[in-house]
Design a protein around this ligand. Structure first.
Ligand code: 2U9
Length: 340
């Protein structure tokens, strides 16, 4: 039996040092020292020895077991350390590497211009009003002094949903609704920014575009108030040196009506390609609210007066940023949008 013990010891020690993996080392331990291991089997055979031999051989087996366990433990520890080092090396994180840059988005130029217009009018005491994009014939036309047979309806190229329901062609219905809501409260001092829809599509027209319209109703509102507000707006939007001029015009919802020009923001009024040599650029339409429209809003047109104006946001954005084709504002090409 001593021979066998010696053989197990030597073979085991050789194997432990032979470059086994951790799993193989574990298997070896079970094979030799486990319940059914070769060394354990020898312990179980002690009973067959003489009473003199038994304690001696027992002691030898225990010593071998202890020395094998020690060698095994040391080897296992060594392998674990190696594995840890390998993992640390593999999982090394280089915090000096540059990160992956997330491109940062920003507001669309139209949104920027709408917010800029809003800020200017808020600064003059106006409030923002909103309303539905799907409207009734009444709010879009009738209440704005455009009865069913009115020729100016043709100018609007309306998208009808039914005979009575349509996509609004201007944001004016918002002002009618706001007057109805506030009446008889005064003043009504609002701007209505939003999408409008017309059956039109070319380099200068889009079937959906944006307007900002304004309305001031109060006792004693005059055309000069309109002029002052629009001059302040034009200077804040296009530069403190700007002048404005009003040319007579016609809209069914205002009387008198005017088209408003601003002195050219490119040449300052001398005349250039942008202003076609005139020194002036048309930026909006305006006028004194028609008595019939004030009455539609619930107000007594003898007691109160009002002015209104309307502008196309795309046109303002194109002038402000020197954009030549309106379709660029709707293509959503990042090479264009990234410039703002
Ligand atoms: C109410 C009463 C009057 C709004 C007005 C204009 C003149 C005008 C155009 C500018 C370019 C439309 O986008 S555009 O094509 N608008 O010229 N808009 S006065 O008048 C109103 C609005 C509401 C209750």
């Amino acid at each position: 039996m001593r021979e066998e013990i010696k053989k197990i010891k030597e073979e085991s020690l050789t194997l432990i040092q032979s470059g086994l993996t951790r799993d193989e080392l574990q298997e070896l331990k079970v094979k030799v020292m486990g319940k059914k291991g070769s060394l354990t089997a020898l312990l179980k055979q002690l009973g067959s020895l003489s009473s003199e031999e038994r304690p001696l051989v027992g002691q030898i087996i225990n010593e071998v077991r202890a020395s094998l366990e020690q060698a095994w433990d040391e080897k296992m520890k060594e392998l674990e350390e190696q594995a840890l080092l390998k993992r640390l090396e593999e999982e090394f994180l280089d915090i000096t590497l540059p990160g992956i840059m997330m491109p940062r988005g920003h507001q669309h130029p139209l949104t920027k211009v709408i917010e800029e217009i809003e800020d200017i009018f808020i600064g003059m005491g106006f409030q923002i009003a909103e309303g539905p994009e799907i409207e009734t014939d009444y709010y879009n036309f009738e209440a704005l002094n455009l009865p069913k047979d009115h020729p100016a309806r043709d100018m609007q190229d309306t998208f009808f949903i039914t005979e009575e329901i349509l996509l609004r062609t201007q944001t004016s219905p918002v002002q009618i609704r706001t007057m109805e809501k506030l009446c008889p409260g005064l003043p009504v001092k609002i701007i209505a920014p939003g999408k409008v829809f017309r059956n039109d599509d070319d380099a200068t027209h889009s079937p959906m575009f944006h307007q900002v319209e304004g309305l001031l109703v109060d006792r004693g509102v005059r055309m000069s108030d309109l002029k002052g507000i629009l001059l302040t707006f034009s200077r804040q939007m296009f530069g403190e040196d700007r002048q404005i001029r009003l040319r007579p015009s016609f809209f069914p919802f205002t009387e008198p009506s005017a088209e408003v020009d601003v002195s050219c923001m490119l040449c300052g009024g001398k005349g250039c390609k942008l202003c076609k040599g005139t020194g002036w650029i048309e930026i909006l339409g305006a006028g004194m609210v028609h008595p019939k429209v004030l009455e539609a809003g619930g107000y007594d047109s003898v007691q109160v007066t009002g002015f209104a104006f309307g502008m196309g946001v795309e046109r303002i954005a194109m002038l402000k940023y020197g954009i030549e084709d309106m379709r660029l504002l709707f293509d959503n090409d990042l090479r264009f949008l990234a410039q703002f």
